[in-house]
Design a protein. Structure first.
Length: 100
């Protein structure tokens, strides 16, 4: 998008940010594992990743651009949607006359 519109030719906004910390309580396996660990006692877990809570139909990324960069913006949103682990679709809020 930056190549097509330039640095000041568009406004991209990420609407959700991953801030939920996911924790895991690693369980020991193998011979003698029952003598090594205490199971779920004090099982707070180690942080392994962060995730964002997204509801169905919620906007994740929005782009505001000029009319001449409309097709590039649609392509950029489509490519960004491929990076996400859920099915995504591009919805045009303004500029319905630009959609063919």
């Amino acid at each position: 998008m930056q190549r097509a519109a330039g640095r000041l030719g568009y406004h991209l906004k990420l609407r959700v940010y991953p801030h939920q910390i996911v924790r895991e309580n690693p369980m020991a396996t193998g011979a003698g594992a029952d003598r090594v660990q205490s199971g779920m006692r004090n099982a707070f877990g180690k942080p392994i990743s962060v995730e964002a809570i997204v509801k169905k139909g919620q906007s994740i990324i929005t782009i505001d651009c000029q009319e001449k960069n409309f097709e590039e913006a649609k392509l950029a949103l489509k490519r960004a949607g491929m990076k996400l682990p859920v099915p995504c679709r591009v919805v045009v809020d303004k500029g319905q006359d630009l959609v063919k």
